[in-house]
Design a binder for this molecule. Structure first.
Ligand SMILES: [Zn+2]
Length: 325
């Protein structure tokens, strides 16, 4: 790997930017939590309410929160949405089925085995208070919502998930990057509906934005423009480095299962193993699909391509010039 990217710790207590408050998540904003925003205009709104149950419960008692905005459907962003039962939930239009049924969530995730579905069913309901939401309003890129001195603008930032959105607050010169989270791990695209190349395009597009402050949903959470530029460069670098590592491993033929066991994405075993192996496999496949198109990886000697997808045949790499993301 290239130069390490060392994040600073997130703020220990809420940080205010005028009427926008950054509320740090438990565990340093690491999964199963994320950092939230509290927007205090004429009405009180929350963004990604999965930070701190104690603080969000107090907010729910003290204020009438009328809207919750979710950057995407992942459970570590909606964990405490249930505390704001009266609020209307604003969600990405492309992901609306994930908010109305577990089956909709399974489809986007690509949870296609009974074991994985049962695991998710239990975890999402028990730990993340998932229930089909009825008070939903879909949003799309370009939509604007205003209260008091706050204008929230929806920015398309797909890749992590198809509807993943950033929120710009032009009055305060803030962009909330959500799960383009600029953590040392790098980009995550482990769902069936995630898209590696679209994620890379999102990173390039975000590099062209100019805000005073960038906020993310995990770990460091608060960045200057310069720090965000460095973080976005790092994310692009990680994509390339993962791909180079995969190509290197494919110097010898591997089945997909054998490649997953080498963990070119996660680098170390994590529990529950079947969940992490699933995500490792999903992310690997996205690289292999891209490599297949760009560099001829994946054709075995008989020219059969299915080996990559099914993981049943050895995967080989043809010597083609480097393609860059
Ligand atoms: Zn996410």
């Amino acid at each position: 790997m290239g130069a390490a990217f060392l994040p600073a710790p997130p703020p220990e207590s809420p940080l205010s930017f005028g009427p926008i408050s950054f509320l740090p998540g438990n565990k340093g904003g690491r999964y199963p939590y994320c950092h939230s925003l509290i927007l205090s205009g004429e009405e009180t709104w929350v963004v990604d309410p999965a930070s701190d149950k104690h603080v969000l419960s107090r907010l729910a008692q003290a204020k009438k929160v009328t809207r919750s905005f979710l950057s995407h459907f992942h459970e570590d962003h909606l964990k405490y949405a249930y505390l704001f039962g009266q609020a209307t939930l604003y969600v990405p239009k492309q992901e609306i089925e994930a908010f109305t049924s577990l089956e909709g969530m399974f489809a986007l995730i690509g949870a296609d085995t009974t074991v994985f579905q049962e695991y998710l069913r239990q975890t999402l309901v028990r730990d993340f208070h998932f229930r089909p939401f009825s008070n939903l309003v879909p949003f799309q890129p370009g939509d604007r919502f205003a209260t008091g001195e706050i204008v929230l603008e929806v920015m398309a930032a797909p890749g992590h998930t198809p509807g993943h959105s950033c929120f710009a607050f032009p009055e305060q010169e803030i962009i909330f990057l959500a799960d383009v989270d600029l953590t040392p791990f790098g980009p995550w695209y482990g769902d069936a509906a995630s898209d590696l190349e679209v994620y890379a395009d999102t990173l390039v597009a975000l590099k062209k934005t100019r805000a005073r402050t960038y906020l993310t949903a995990h770990v460091q959470g608060v960045f200057t423009w310069e720090e965000a530029q460095a973080g976005l460069d790092y994310f692009l670098r990680v994509l390339n480095e993962r791909e180079e590592l995969i190509v290197e491993l494919l110097g010898e033929p591997h089945t997909l299962e054998a490649l997953v066991a080498r963990r070119p994405i996660y680098r170390r075993p994590r529990e529950p193993a079947f969940v992490y192996d699933h995500m490792e496999g999903r992310m690997l496949k996205k690289h292999l699909d891209r490599l297949q198109r760009a560099r001829g990886v994946g054709r075995d000697r008989g020219g059969v391509r299915q080996g990559v997808i099914r993981g049943s045949l050895p995967i080989t790499v043809a010597q083609r010039p480097l393609a860059h993301l």
